[in-house]
Design a protein around this ligand. Structure first.
Ligand SMILES: Cc1cc2nc3c(=O)[nH]c(=O)nc-3n(C[C@H](O)[C@H](O)[C@H](O)COP(=O)(O)OP(=O)(O)OC[C@H]3O[C@@H](n4cnc5c(N)ncnc54)[C@H](O)[C@@H]3O)c2cc1C
Length: 328
C-alpha cells in the first residue's frame, strides 16, 4: 500500500504526464510542420477513410500516417514501456507503438488484450483469457498507448497485467468499435460510470470537448466506493474548469469520508432525475453507461454479452428508450 505522500506524489506525476500527452485541440498545431490550417481529421476505421491527415496551408490533405499499428483481426505484441502507479489498486500501463505511430482508434472504441505467452493466462478449458480495455491516451497521440487498469485480486487479466514488468509485452487487438460518436449529434449527453468503467466515458468526453465546434453539454455521474477510488479526478476537474458550460461532474460515494460534499450512496432514480436531461428530449439526449455488471443492470438492464441487451432498470422506469441509452 502506498503512503499518502507517495500517492499524492504519484498522482501529481501522473497528471503531469497525461498533460503532456493530452489531446491536441482543434485550434492547436499538433505537428511541427508549418500549416495555416492545422485541421486534423481522424478517419481511422470510420467510413472507409483510413489514415491520419491534416490540411496544409493550400488546403491540400497531407497524409502523415496510413494506418493504425494495431490490427483489428490479429493480436500483436506491444512492449510495455512504463508503469505509473495511480492509486492503491490501479496503475497506468504505457505501451510503445512502433515507429512513433499513433493508435488512430476511432471514438468510441476499445481494444482487447491477452497474454503474449499463451500459457500465462488461460481458462479451465485452456483457451486464452481475453478482456477489453479502453485506452486513456488520445487516438492521435504518437508512439504510446496508455491503459489505466484496476487490479482485481481474484481477477485474471488485470492480475496478469499488474504482474508485468517494464520491457515485457502484452498481446493487443483492435480497434473494437463501440459507439460511433459524431460531434454535435446530441444536445445533452449523460455519462454514468462506476469505478474503472470510467475509461470509455473519458474517451468520449475528452474527444468531444477537444473539438472547437462542440455544442453538446456533458454531465458525468461517477460512482465509487471511496474517494481514493475515483480515477481521473484531476482530469475531470481540469475539464470542468476549462469548459464550465459544457461539462459538469457529480461524484457519488458509497463510503464517503467525513465532510464529503458530493453525493452519497448509489446512483438512484432521484439522482438521475436531478442531474440527467429528461427522456422527453427524445433524440437530443443520449445516456452512456459503463460500470460493474451489477450497476449496469440496475441502471439500464443487463448486457447480452457483447450486445446491448434489453433496456431495463432505472433508466427504463424513467422513460428512456433503447435509442437513448448505450451500454459499454
Ligand atoms: C468496453 C470496456 C472497457 C473496459 N475498460 C477498462 C479499463 O480501461 N480499465 C479497467 O481496469 N477495466 C476496464 N474494463 C474491465 C475489464 O475488461 C475487465 O473486466 C477487468 O479488468 C476484470 O478482468 P479480470 O480478468 O481481471 O477479472 P475476471 O477474472 O473477469 O473477474 C474477477 C472478478 O472481478 C469481477 N469483475 C469483473 N469485471 C468487473 C468490473 N468491471 N467491475 C467490478 N467487478 C468486476 C468479477 O465479477 C469477478 O468477481 C473494461 C470493460 C469493458 C466492457
Amino acid at each position: 500500500m502506498l503512503s499518502f505522500a507517495a500517492t499524492a506524489r504519484q498522482l501529481g506525476r501522473t497528471q503531469l504526464i497525461r498533460t503532456a500527452t493530452r489531446r491536441s485541440y482543434a485550434t492547436e498545431t499538433a505537428s511541427k510542420k508549418p500549416s495555416n490550417l492545422p485541421l486534423y481529421l481522424m478517419g481511422a476505421g470510420v467510413a472507409g477513410l483510413g489514415g491520419y491527415f491534416y490540411l496544409n496551408s493550400t488546403g491540400k490533405s497531407v497524409i502523415t500516417q496510413e494506418k493504425s499499428p494495431l490490427d483489428p483481426e490479429n493480436f500483436k505484441d506491444f512492449r510495455l514501456k512504463k508503469i505509473i502507479p495511480y492509486n492503491h489498486n490501479t496503475s497506468e500501463f504505457i505501451f510503445e507503438l512502433p515507429n512513433n505511430e499513433a493508435s488512430l482508434l476511432p471514438v468510441a472504441s476499445c481494444i482487447v488484450v491477452k497474454a503474449s505467452d499463451p500459457e500465462a493466462l488461460k481458462d479451465e478449458k485452456g483457451k486464452p483469457i481475453i478482456r477489453p480495455y479502453t485506452p486513456i491516451s488520445p487516438s492521435e497521440h504518437k508512439g504510446e498507448l496508455t491503459l489505466l487498469i484496476k487490479k482485481y485480486d481474484n481477477g485474471n487479466a488485470s492480475k496478469h497485467i499488474h504482474g508485468l514488468k517494464e520491457g515485457d509485452t502484452l498481446s493487443i487487438k483492435g480497434p473494437i468499435p463501440k459507439f460511433p460518436y459524431k460531434v454535435n449529434e446530441f444536445e445533452e449527453v449523460a455519462l454514468i460510470g462506476g469505478g474503472s468503467g470510467i475509461t470509455p466515458l473519458y474517451q468520449i468526453v475528452t474527444h468531444a470537448l477537444s473539438n472547437g465546434s462542440n455544442r453538446t453539454k456533458f454531465t458525468l455521474l461517477f460512482s465509487n466506493v471511496t474517494e481514493a477510488d475515483i480515477l481521473l479526478k484531476s482530469d475531470f476537474e481540469a475539464l470542468k474548469k476549462k469548459y464550465p458550460t459544457k461539462f459538469d461532474v457529480v461524484y457519488v460515494l458509497d463510503k464517503p469520508p467525513a465532510g464529503w460534499t458530493g453525493l452519497s450512496g448509489y446512483i438512484s432514480k432521484e439522482v438521475i432525475q436531478q442531474h440527467v436531461a429528461p427522456a422527453s428530449l427524445n433524440e437530443k439526449v443520449k445516456v452512456f453507461v459503463c460500470g460493474p455488471p451489477g450497476q449496469v443492470a440496475a441502471l439500464a438492464g443487463k448486457k447480452a454479452g457483447m450486445k446491448q441487451g434489453e433496456l431495463g432498470g432505472i433508466l427504463k422506469e424513467l422513460g428512456y428508450t433503447e435509442d437513448q441509452v448505450y451500454k459499454f
